[in-house]
Design a protein around this ligand. Sequence first.
Ligand SMILES: [Ca+2]
Ligand SMILES: [Ca+2]
Ligand SMILES: [Ca+2]
Ligand SMILES: [Ca+2]
Length: 259
Amino acid sequence: SLPGTIVTRISVHDVDLNPAFTFSFVKENNSGTKFAIDRNTGVVVLVETLDFEEATKYELQIQISDLLHQTEGTLIVHVLDINDNPPVFSQDSYQVTISELVPLGHPVLTVVATDVESSENITYRILSSSKMFSVDPTNGTIFTINPVFLMERKSTIRFLVEASDGGFPDLKAVTLVETEIQDMNNYAPEFAIEYYNLSLSEDTPVGSTLVTFSTIDHDWTRENTHVEYSIISGDISAQQVLDYETDNRYCLTVQAKDK
Ligand SMILES: [Ca+2]
Ligand SMILES: [Ca+2]
Ligand SMILES: [Ca+2]
Ligand SMILES: [Ca+2]
């Protein structure tokens, strides 16, 4: 209720005729500064907004006197709870790192919101349309609903999660979830061409560039696509001068290795 609201009017019976009463709060009684009483009429007025989360009940000791006699009474004010506090997330934002190979349904992290009125009715939902993640509405656990490695090659995926307290009115809070996707080295490099056929003249100078290999690696981080080449078998004596009459064919196996 707003300040100024009349809480009640204290009524008094006195067998004497036409007595003049004065009303007051008993001094040592600590009703705070929430209430005031009109000395002459006994009207109790609210002077500050109440808060159920601060106090659920007030006991006001009221003194009534008619010059000769005085008496005391107690006014008990019960404060009714309204939903005036939104839920609060335990963190403004949440960060988590997951492997791109996490299985479907894998719990990624759990977001937690609490509410001073009631944490039990809090429900969670993901605000941004997410093809990859879903949240358990009752416990805030975020899990994968699609294979992560199929998603666009973004290293961080951000989305918002909302908590509703289910009260009236329904109050909400929002938090940011940042998911860093870790590239795993799950692809080997592949040569663009499987067989290379070269024809060289026997007077090709030593040190000539004969061919430059290239490979494709479907991973997407530098560390998982860095390729080193080496000749692993074949007639590597060809570092000398070629001679058609000695050998007219060389066969080399080249390996591309990504780590
Ligand atoms: Ca409340
Ligand atoms: Ca609430
Ligand atoms: Ca790779
Ligand atoms: Ca990968």
